[in-house]
Design a protein. Structure first.
Lengths: 426, 254
């Protein structure tokens, strides 16, 4: 009972205070929905394994503007194509969009509200999530990316969300990405931070007919952070959306991607979570094959050490009439300690008969045959173990198109898997 | 170099090797042949320390050292190499990184200088010519998505990188077409020297036309039934294995 009361006051607290004036209708609708809702609890089937009680004990307040040194986050391929948001506010002095090609619109929402009529429209008719609505009520600023018809953007765009919390803060990053017909883009979205804070980002994406979006998502929040993210993507006829979500940080995190595939759409939804100490990372994904002949490919990997816990719930729905659907899902998990834990649940709902759907879930330790093979080449047992652990994770990084990001993440994985002693494997 | 005396081994409590005796000297090439399920692959795996097998008796000395005192990785660093029939795939680790790591671990153990990525790049480009491997296979994950033949090519590349004293090649010819078999056979021949030895494990005599052994042993039921020169391989090609088994049975009855 205590937690209920505390939960209610948390919601009131998060909703209170001055708020931005734009998108009034959108915000009011979200607020009306929230009026009937509380913070999700483990009694909620969807939140069964992720206990948010810990949030109720923290008093979050809006994060003020702050100055940050971003030199450690810069990537050479994206020097002139970045927008930076600090504590939810756009940071013009450290942003630089000078290399963004003409025609592409890449700007903070606060400067261009008229372009954002699509905001809040992805996943129309689908129930909004608690943190999604919270974001809609509270978000201050965010990024808008619009790529016009048939424009293939050569340089990747970089979105940096940095939170610096002196006292517990709440931030609500918001992103809207629209690729018009035949457009192509690579987008890198990163979340970094320091201190105790709650970040509830909402990313909305529309990939129009024949367009292709590659989306790399890096979550490196502070170890005391709470990250509760929502992604809504609508992938139109013959369009492609390929995303990879890499979770390293946060005390507690949840990724909730929802993707609708139209006819012939192709989607990749890969994920990697590297967890240690008492981290909890939850992925609840929903792939909706709404029309015929679409394909989705999902590989979700977790390495869990210490007392950490990984949760995966992968829902795939093949709508009636969505014949020719090809859906592959794999959840693979490596447990490195006795106290580590994984809960994985594939959930297939198939309402069409001519489909190819496969799923698999594996939880375990390293394969003794693989260990032996490496040992037979002269690597001692520890080195072999570390190399395989590294490889298990690095597998998800292999096809990251931005070389410097790929290298940086491989270094991070090397360090986190005790494989550094093996030298430079990147 | 290698001295096997009355070696017995089992898997899950079932005896597979029932008393093997074999002497291999530096510079020699030996072939172990036999029907399927004879125990010939087991012999190779026991020598390199595969964890599924339990050694139940006998001894194996490698350059005077008791092999079973050494962990599998120490055996490799001591100079024993096995080319596997079914090499394992390791996603996420590039072939080149893995080869450099294996090379450097061995160099470290021998007190030789380790190679940095650039030096190794030059080194490995010479080696891949030997096995006619395409460069792209260096950047791909170790064995991942390689065809059967490409995996075998990669095994011999590893052998060329590690330059073992004793190489055990298990069913090298399986999954290889004739051209690839000739390329890899030639590569193995070029790696052979007076201070090295080869143990070829094979069901089919075909590979022994390229890699010509001085000694051929027929293994069946966990025992070596017959040992002779390379002419035995030709005879097996013509007559199959049954006559050796029958001869051994008759010999046993006498």
């Amino acid at each position: 009972m205590t937690s209920m009361v505390a939960g209610t006051s948390l919601v009131a607290e998060l909703l209170g205070g001055p708020r931005p004036a734009e998108w009034k209708e959108l915000r009011e609708a979200a607020e009306a929905r929230l009026a009937d809702r509380d913070l999700p609890t483990t009694a909620d089937e969807d939140w069964k394994y992720l206990d948010l009680k810990v949030l109720a004990g923290i008093s979050f307040s809006p994060a003020p503007r702050a100055a940050v040194d971003i030199s450690g986050y810069l990537l050479p391929e994206m020097v002139g194509t970045r927008q930076v948001f600090v504590n939810g506010h756009h940071a013009p002095h450290v942003s630089c969009a000078s290399a963004v090609p003409a025609g592409v619109r890449f700007f903070p929402m606060s400067t261009a509200s008229e372009a954002c009529h699509a905001l809040g429209s992805m996943g129309h008719g689908v129930e909004k999530g608690f943190f999604e609505d919270l974001n809609t009520v509270r978000f201050g600023d965010g990024a808008v990316i619009l790529v016009p018809k048939n424009l293939k953007v050569a340089l990747p765009l970089h979105l940096l969300f940095i939170t610096k919390a002196e006292t517990p803060a709440a931030v609500f990053p918001r992103v809207l990405v629209v690729l018009e017909r035949g457009a192509e883009l690579e987008l890198v979205e990163e979340h970094h931070g320091a201190g105790t804070y709650l970040s509830a980002p909402v990313i909305e994406i529309r990939v129009a007919e024949g367009a292709i979006l590659h989306h790399e998502r890096v979550q490196r929040e502070s170890p005391e952070a709470y990250h509760l993210g929502t992604l809504r993507a609508e992938v139109a006829k013959g369009a492609q959306y390929h995303s990879r979500t890499l979770s390293f940080g946060a005390r507690l995190s949840r990724q909730q991607p929802w993707i609708r595939l139209a006819e012939g759409a192709q989607v990749t939804l890969d994920g990697l979570a590297l967890l240690d100490t008492d981290q909890v990372a939850d992925t609840h994904s929903f792939l909706h094959h709404a029309e015929p002949n679409s394909a989705s490919h999902q590989l979700h990997k977790c390495i869990v050490d210490g007392k950490a816990r990984a949760i995966f719930n992968g829902q795939v729905r093949v709508a009636p009439g969505a014949q020719g659907t090809d859906a592959k899902q794999q959840s693979r998990n490596l447990l490195l300690s006795e106290a580590a834990r994984v809960d994985t649940k594939p959930q297939l709902e198939i309402y069409a008969d001519d489909v190819k759907c496969s799923h698999g879930a594996a939880v375990g330790q390293l394969d003794p045959e693989e260990l032996f093979y490496l040992q037979s080449r002269g690597l001692n047992a520890d080195d072999a173990r570390n190399l395989l652990t590294y490889g298990f994770a690095a597998d998800v990084l292999t096809h990251i198109p931005v070389a410097s990001l790929r290298r940086a993440l491989r270094q991070l994985v090397l360090a986190r898997t005790q494989a550094v002693s093996l030298g430079d494997l990147t | 170099m290698l001295s096997i005396k009355n070696l017995t081994a089992s898997i899950n409590g079932t005896p597979v090797l029932k008393g093997i005796d074999l002497e291999i000297k530096a510079g020699e090439i030996h072939a172990i042949m036999g029907p399927n399920g004879s125990g010939k692959s087991t012999l190779g795996k026991v020598l390199v320390g595969h964890p599924s097998y339990e050694v139940t008796g006998g001894e194996v000395l490698f350059e005077g050292q008791n092999l079973f005192d050494l962990e599998p990785d120490a055996r490799a660093r001591a100079g024993i190499f096995m080319g596997f029939q079914h090499p394992i795939e390791v996603p996420g680790v590039s072939n080149a990184s893995f080869l450099r790591l294996a090379y450097n671990k061995k160099a470290e153990a021998e007190g030789r200088e380790e190679l940095d990525p650039l030096e190794f790049d030059d080194f490995i480009h010479e080696k891949i010519k030997l096995v006619a491997m395409k460069e792209e296979f260096l950047d791909r994950s170790l064995n991942e998505g390689f065809s059967g033949g490409e995996k075998k090519r990669n095994e011999i590349l590893q052998m060329a990188v590690l330059e073992p004293k004793l190489a055990i090649l298990d069913e090298l010819d399986s999954g290889l077409d004739i051209d690839a078999l000739r390329v890899l056979g030639d590569a193995v021949n070029r790696l052979q020297r007076a201070d090295r030895a080869l143990l070829i494990i094979t069901h089919f005599p075909r590979i022994l036309e390229t890699i010509q052994p001085q000694f051929v042993h027929v293994l069946s039921g966990g025992r070596i039934l017959k040992s002779a020169g390379k002419e035995l391989a030709l005879e097996l090609e013509e007559r199959g294995y049954d006559w050796v088994l029958e001869e051994a049975a008759a010999g046993g009855a006498r």
